[in-house]
Write a protein that binds this ligand. Sequence first.
Ligand code: TEU
Ligand code: CA
Length: 554
Amino acid sequence: MEKKWWHDKIAYQIYPKSFCDSNGDGIGDIPGIISKLDYLHDLGVDIIWLSPCYASPLADEGYDISDYYAIDPRFGTMEDMDRLILETKKRNMYLLMDLVVNHCSDEHEWFQKACEDPEGPYGNFFYLRDKKDDRLPTNWRSYFGGPVWDDLPGTGKQYLHVFHKKQPDLNWENPALREEIYKNINWWLDKGLGGFRIDAIINIKKALPFRDYTPDRADGLCSVNAMLKEADGIGEFLGEMRDRTFKKYDAFSVGEVFNEKPEEIPDFIGQNGYFSSMFDFNAAMAGSSEKGWYDAAMVTPEDYKRCCFESQAKTGDTGFLSNIIENHDEPRGVSRYIPQGDCCPESKKMLAALSFMLRGIPFIYQGQEIGMENKPFTSMDEVDDISTLDEYQVALDAGLSPEEALKAVARLSRDNARTPMQWSDKLNAGFTTGTPWMKVNPNYKQINAEAQMNDPGSVLSFYKQLAALRKHPDYTQTIVYGSLEPVWENQRNLMAYYRKGDKTLLVIGNFQKEEQQVTLPDGYQNVLLNNYDTIRIRDNCISLYGYQILILNI
Ligand code: TEU
Ligand code: CA
């Protein structure tokens, strides 16, 4: 496989609104990010992905863009962005922006012009259909609830939005639209970006002509997925985008791709794939239900293991997955994957190492490195996220009481990951001197970066060790390019695998609070990483403490 500059990197996702506020307005901003670059560099981060900070009404917190060439004043100025690019470069880091091009904002000029003249050139930037009194053009349900169709203001037409009604879908079938997108991507790459994270990209190809599918809920609508399953030919768009943009710059691109078929993996991330990498959402999707969040099953350690190994086996050395335990759309990984009541520094470190040592590119979501947890929800008044608001209604419609519905959505709410970053035990966790746009998690006195910075036993210090191990000249080849082989797969609540390259490493995680034993493999040399002070070996047998993680050199 041809080596690429991003293969051995470590990435970090910033959710700008909640990262660091420099001017006391309660909203995180770009100068705030710049002030934390040394912190990220010290952690071992090479690539930073910024969730959107373009001009936006923030109906979906920036995933609704009204100007692709402007920074929203709440996040700073274009000069701030130029400075951020420069400052990352000074530290040998790369900056990715979020490419949100399945849809724009209904406040984008294109949409405004489409409203003024739906038959004109901008009408064809969107999916418009004539409004009929008795029925909608199709019966698809948007990801955020309700039909995907809304009236195009001031016209006799309706427009398609698979997400929120303030996020009209862009018509990729129109070459003029595609040209606009490529122009914008290249404009940013010319500015010196390292690449992009590519939002919701599997939605850009629709099955034409539009038709109804079998309803899957009492609302008479069907999931957008029913249509997407029938949509062939996305590769033409993605290949064109790659050739016209990323490829020319050797830029890194990581796709938000769901439900790819195993035989498509080479097309997506193989040699000359559409993207440099794509996220592995297998564990994030475990337990999910077509009925809604209220019906989602708990994810067990066995599920987690199975999901990771499935993805690894499917991908092999075809390409590089991007491995996450959480992002801005998911609850906190430690709250989700560690059995209830067992969240502690040891178990957090175990989960960190199990994910970090997989083959692929590790992505850390802000706060993950200090072990931030889900936020306690006391009322729906505290909810900001549009997806949570919808899922709450779905739960009520299914007959849950308001208390039950709140409990059900709290577990999966996207707001869990969107509380302000916990920098210190000072006012508002050091995130802002003003009133934070979203309440800080009350556990910030115990969980914060400052307290962990000089504590060698902290979760943060453990992440630094993981990063250092990945970059260690003796092990980097094995960790980056080595194969992954599961071991003792049937031993319950144990997740263990070999990484085999020019060295052989063995990662062993005891995914339960009870102790358990494994056999010491032949050729054992030494321990590279351990979340306890000791390793207990007797008669060729390792006794693992609860949630002990070991990385052994074999
Ligand atoms: O997410 C796409 C997506 O399909 C999932 O986020 C999912 O539908 C959603 O989280 C349900 O709760 C991307 C972004 O990551 C997300 O933040 C945006 O809301 C979405 O696209 C629309 O741009
Ligand atoms: Ca601010």
